[in-house]
Design a binder for this molecule. Structure first.
Ligand code: AMP
Length: 432
């Protein structure tokens, strides 16, 4: 097992790592840090929770600190990431690791006023962490110049594509100088990502820490079969019995998340919802009170929760099974982070058994069934030879055309199905 000292990090950064309490590098750090310090491009198949932020932030900071900048700062590192939460989190990590290095970093994302962002861009910064929509807006308005970028990080590339950001990414790539170092991280590697990677990475080294391997190992997963209307009682029982202090509950829809918060509240269980209909302020407040332990449960939809990094999450509930099997892997990855273990429950009603089949196919194993509970509903168990994901969504009373998706401002969904299709293709290829 290696240690941080052997990775080639400077004294200052070793100090930061120590301050954060990291003793052993995670596999992605062990592999990526030396390569990035040598100036190589890296293609990392790794999801959030593997320590990938430090894997790029530490070498980036070290490389940038080599050059002492006099006068106004220009953006030398650009990190592009799909969601506001993830952007804020990466920026926080830069703050934690940069310590007393004189390197200025800034985050920009949509949904909040651009004024403070513009103000700090005007002062000059070294590292910019951004979501694509706001970045392009500010470029159009002349507040951002990417002409000095030496280091480009594309984070959560698969989710970027799912959210329809491919055109934005290509626009950004055109604005970057030819000579630069690149890093692309993605939780999965469908052919669309492989194509994108080969279009801009230069002789990249691939690091593969596929999420399937990560999740199956350390997370204690179980599935419970239950009727839709009993899910609420089942969750209340589990939360009360286990006295859960830090759990995330996933629902498929925004309305479902709101409804669940209300029903939990009626049973005296505190929780808060985060989803795309909530204002940035409300999302930040909900996350903060969850992080500092004021509320024990966060109710989230997939996109809103994407990449959220909260330490010590002990339980993840799939209150609704996701209709995209990959989301299951992302969801349960919110627990068992950085070496810890965690528990993941999946509630499966009769309309969701096809989703369960799809999930089990993706992770390559049967999720253990837990039937010894008062709401057990055997009819929801998938039939032998049932096809994955074939069962229809229950009819949604909402007249909205795409009620299941998150129509976040600045986040486009039009390519979502395409991305999923690509990943499916990849799975077929893999199992061929
Ligand atoms: P990330 O995958 O970058 O979102 O990191 C997930 C979590 O792991 C964050 O809370 C980090 O602070 C933490 N972390 C990163 N590297 C290490 C390490 N080497 N040892 C312990 N925790 C770490």
């Amino acid at each position: 097992m290696s240690n941080f000292e052997s990775l080639g990090l400077s004294e200052q950064l070793l100090e930061s790592v120590k301050k954060e309490g990291y003793t052993v590098p995670t596999p992605v750090q062990e592999q990526a840090i030396p390569l990035l310090l040598k100036g190589r491009d890296v293609l990392g198949v790794a999801q959030t929770g593997t320590g990938k932020t430090a894997a790029f932030a530490l070498p980036v900071l070290q490389i940038m600190a080599r050059e002492k900048i006099q006068g106004r700062r220009n953006i030398r590192t650009l990190v592009l990431t799909p969601t506001r939460e993830l952007a804020a989190q990466i920026n926080e990590r830069f703050a934690a690791y940069s310590g007393n290095l004189s390197i200025y970093h800034q985050v920009i994302f949509g949904g909040v006023s651009q004024k403070p962002q513009v103000k700090s861009l005007r002062r000059g910064i070294d590292i910019l962490v951004a979501t694509p929509g706001r970045l392009l807006d500010l470029i159009d308005q002349g507040f951002v110049d990417l002409g000095s970028v030496e280091f480009f990080v594309l984070d959560e590339a698969d989710r970027m594509l799912d959210m329809g950001f491919i055109r934005d990414i290509r626009k950004v790539l055109k604005l970057l100088p030819k000579k630069r170092q690149n890093l692309l991280f993605s939780a999965t590697m469908p052919s669309s990502i492989a194509d994108l990677a080969s279009s801009f990475l230069n002789d990249a080294v691939m690091i593969d820490l596929s999420p399937e391997e990560i999740t199956v190992e350390r997370i204690d997963q179980s599935v419970m079969f239950v009727q839709k209307q009993d899910k609420i009682n089942l969750i209340i029982d589990i939360v009360n019995e286990n006295q859960i202090k830090r759990g995330i509950i996933f629902t498929r829809t925004k309305h479902g998340a709101n409804r669940l918060v209300k029903r939990l509240d009626r049973s005296g269980i505190e929780s808060a919802a985060i989803h795309g209909n909530k204002s940035q302020g409300a999302r930040t407040r909900a996350l903060a009170s969850f992080k500092n332990g004021e509320i024990p449960l966060l109710v989230a939809t997939d996109i809103a929760s994407r990449g959220i990094d909260i330490e010590g999450v002990t339980h993840v509930f799939n209150y609704d099974l996701p209709n995209e099997p990959e989301s299951y892997v992302h969801r349960i990855g919110r627990t068992a982070r950085a070496g810890k273990s965690g528990v993941a429950y999946a509630f499966c009603d009769e309309s969701e058994s096809g989703y369960l089949v799809g999930i089990q196919r993706l992770i390559g194993k049967q999720i253990p069934q837990f039937t010894d509970h008062p709401y057990h509903f055997p009819k929801a168990i998938p039939k032998p030879n049932q096809k994955p994901g074939k069962i229809k969504e229950p009819k949604n009373k909402n007249k909205n055309k795409t009620p299941q998706s998150e129509q976040n401002s600045g986040q486009r969904n039009n390519n979502r199905n395409k991305g999923t299709r690509n990943r499916r293709n990849r799975r077929h290829k893999k199992s061929d």
